[in-house]
Ligand binder design. Structure first.
Ligand SMILES: Nc1ncnc2c1ncn2[C@@H]1O[C@H](COP(=O)(O)OP(=O)(O)OP(=O)(O)O)[C@@H](O)[C@H]1O
Length: 507
């Protein structure tokens, strides 16, 4: 027992139409970083939700330090020493760091004591964070630190992290990894969900791989290649994307001196942004999250309007048009936030297909919805993009994150856009599916569309883009052809945002 912290035996959990976890057993040792790997929908989130008391297993047992462990709710899990940092942060923008931390605690200490504790933990673990800062002004990496510090204040024995690096810059990833290694050295165990295989190879001591709800292997990631890991996950080999020869055509998207005030208190203003994208071309836009990415997408989609002459679709000034008109003309967008923004959680996939495709796919007749056609279109997306779901009647919220992402991107690509703008197109998507989405973007460009890919994944941008620019505090850098750029130059283009140097100095 001495070398096992948490033992899982025969855990099983079924949902209508799918067994999310099927007889899963493995052990987590004290002071190990244990990766949980699997393609989208393999059952990773379901498994950690059982460990954190959010979901009750249908069958199976858990023991923590040899004693039966049956958390009925997250509070019970936390009391037993299990903490979790979620992929989507649950923080209040208008409150300070310390106030947010206090809200998540069972018995928060006095404000002055709490501020001191936050400072102590942040110094001890190299996670720079000022307790009095308002959360709305923080970068994604800093928000994540709030969640981590909230967990660490409870001295957890097991810390669960769900895709922690997907919102971080390379520098922030380094800081996080130093913290996690320090926790490991102190004997804390970490259960680490990620799709980034090289990161897992660098950080994790052990990896458990799930496929279709079953455990297929436990291995040592440093002794396994990323390709081998990926192939264990999918149970087959897969292709890396290949660009087809493309001809650069006429300018299809032109943005001219686009400036917009910040939406609300915490957004970023867009400052005098200008660029062009030709038919057959992919423009990659990088940058640290929170530097105007969401605002740029909203200004291009028509969710926020600007001066008519600020945005051009071919020969038409569309800046003052709303989303419906822009869509009708062939300018389509897929935002980053898939649940709630890109898709309505409680609506079925058929209804979600209808929401953005009604016009271009001709899904209405005399004011009535052509349900048969909408369903056919949803089925087509599910098939073409390998969306794992029982049927098109399933509600969007019941899909795993990666599968919903595939649906959202597929829905726009299959509408044959003239211009497509996507934000974080492979966020939370497994390696094989990410390769398929990137290939679909390359194919769409080869067919003559102009594409803007906004992403924080630099490898992704280098793989698909012809030219690259970076957003920094709402300004777009000079745009360069990708083949002329070095990583250092890219770092400089992204530069200066959100106190990264400060974070570095403290780490
Ligand atoms: N609340 C739910 N209702 C119905 N089905 C669900 C629910 N939650 C998960 N599922 C299904 O269970 C399966 C496993 O999902 P889970 O979210 O655990 O996968 P995952 O490995 O975390 O995927 P991803 O990498 O995409 O986040 C999927 O088929 C999913 O559709």
């Amino acid at each position: 027992m001495g070398d096992t912290l948490l033992s899982l035996k025969g855990l099983t959990k079924a949902y209508p139409g799918v067994v999310a976890n099927d007889d899963v057993s493995f052990d987590i040792r004290p002071g190990e970083i244990h990766a949980l790997l699997g393609e989208n929908g393999a059952g990773k989130s379901t498994l950690v939700k059982m460990i954190y008391g959010l979901v009750k297993p249908d069958q199976g047992q858990m023991t923590l330090k040899g004693a039966p462990y049956t958390p009925a709710e997250p509070r019970a899990a936390r009391a037993a020493g299990v903490a979790m940092v979620f992929q989507h942060f649950s923080l209040f923008d208008a409150l300070t760091v310390a106030e947010n931390v206090a809200l998540g605690m069972e018995n928060p200490p006095k404000p002055r004591d709490l501020a001191r504790q936050i400072r102590d933990v942040s110094e001890a673990y190299g996670l720079p964070l000022e307790p009095g800062r308002v959360v709305g002004t923080l970068s994604a990496g800093e928000r994540q630190r709030v969640e981590i510090i909230r967990c660490l204040l409870q001295n957890p024995r097991l810390l669960i992290m769900d895709e922690p690096t997907s919102v971080l810059t390379p520098q922030e990833v380094d800081i996080l990894f130093q913290t996690l290694r320090q926790l490991r050295a102190e004997g804390t165990s970490i259960l680490y969900i990620s799709h980034k295989l090289e990161e897992i190879r660098a950080l994790c001591d052990t990896a458990t791989i799930l496929r279709l709800g079953k455990k297929v292997a436990t291995c040592t990631p440093a002794d396994t290649t990323a390709r081998e890991l990926a192939e264990m996950m999918v149970g087959a080999s897969f292709n890396t994307p290949e660009p087809k020869p493309r001809d650069k055509g006429a300018v299809l998207l032109q943005v001219e001196g686009l400036s917009l005030a910040a939406p609300g208190n915490f957004g970023t203003p867009l400052r005098d942004i200008s660029f062009q994208v030709h038919a057959g071309e992919i423009l990659g836009i990088g940058g640290v999250a929170g530097n105007g990415q969401d605002e740029l997408l909203a200004a291009l989609s028509g969710e926020r309007r600007s001066m008519a002459q600020s945005v051009w679709l071919a020969e038409t000034a569309v800046g003052a048009m709303g989303p419906v008109k822009r869509r009708a003309l062939g300018l389509l967008c897929a935002p980053e936030e898939r649940l709630g923004h890109a898709a309505a959680p409680d609506l079925s996939l058929t209804e979600n297909a209808f929401l953005t495709a009604a016009k271009r796919q001709d899904l209405t007749k005399r004011g009535l919805i052509r349900w048969g056609e909408a369903r056919n279109f949803a089925d087509k997306i599910i098939k073409a993009f390998d969306v794992r779901t029982p049927s098109a009647a399933t509600a969007a919220r019941a899909l795993s994150g990666g599968n919903l992402q595939k649906f959202v991107i597929g829905r726009e690509i299959l509408q044959r856009p003239r211009v497509l703008v996507v934000n974080q197109p492979t966020w939370g998507v497994d390696a094989a599916a990410a390769a398929a989405i990137r290939q679909a973007l390359l194919d769409l460009a080869a067919s003559g569309a102009a594409i803007v890919v906004i992403s924080q994944d630099l490898d992704e941008l280098m793989e698909v883009s012809d030219r690259f620019g970076a957003l920094n505090e709402g300004r777009l850098s000079v745009i360069h052809p990708v083949e002329t750029l070095t990583l250092d130059q890219i770092g400089l283009m992204m530069g200066g945002a959100h106190d990264m140097e400060v974070a570095h100095a403290h780490a």
